[in-house]
Design a protein. Sequence first.
Length: 268
Amino acid sequence: MNKEASGIQVIARAAAILRAVGRDGVSLGDLARETKLPRSTVQRIVDALAHEHLLEAGADGVRLGWGIQALAQVAQTRITEQVRPYLESLALLTGESVDIACRDGREVTFVDHVISQQELRVVPTSEKPRPLHAMANGKALLALLDDRAACRLLGLDDADAPLVPRLTPNTLVERDGLLATLADVRRTGLAYDREEHAEGVCAVAIAIDVPGIRPHALSIAVPTSRFAMHLPRFEAAIRAAHADIVAALRHDAACPGLPARPGRSISC
């Protein structure tokens, strides 16, 4: 193997190890089994990544280091700046609260949002869990994975295991129901939350999946009383906003530095 090929192989192995490290500590043995690499190779790569603060190795195993978090924060800030004008336009067009989110383990994390100015509106709250399976943006992100990966992420290796937590009577809790829903999301491009995360709140979402950028989801959150009546308008608006955002992100990736052309609250 020549020097260039050897260097590429090392990078590929390092990337495989980084992907295999979860939020909780993982042992070197588990990393070796997951990546199908010799334990000695895993040890050398982990040591090198730890030296660059991309991993941390301790008594409780190997976990992501602060260097990865710093890189992610820089990328996240850039995306927020790029997408913000489109969020504002979508909120103005629909009159509803809109947000962009990404996946953090088994939950949704809001990156940015614009709150509706209507008297009855949806306002995000940090006091309630945001499980992927109970939210429109979460289901949009899950649908980017294949069924096996989605089930593994949610701990559904056992077909009879229920989805938890169940936040409302409408929350999806069955594995087969989830897989059917994800199939619909992949077919239509849109995901829905019909009072599954919070009673009185509905949402429609669409995934933003651009090569080289962490997957995000754009969503419109609406009081149930207005959702069904205006859903076709919301669907058209979010599809149009999605197309503009994807075009802007792709333009930025290809031409960095050049601009693209482009009351009462319900907690959820």
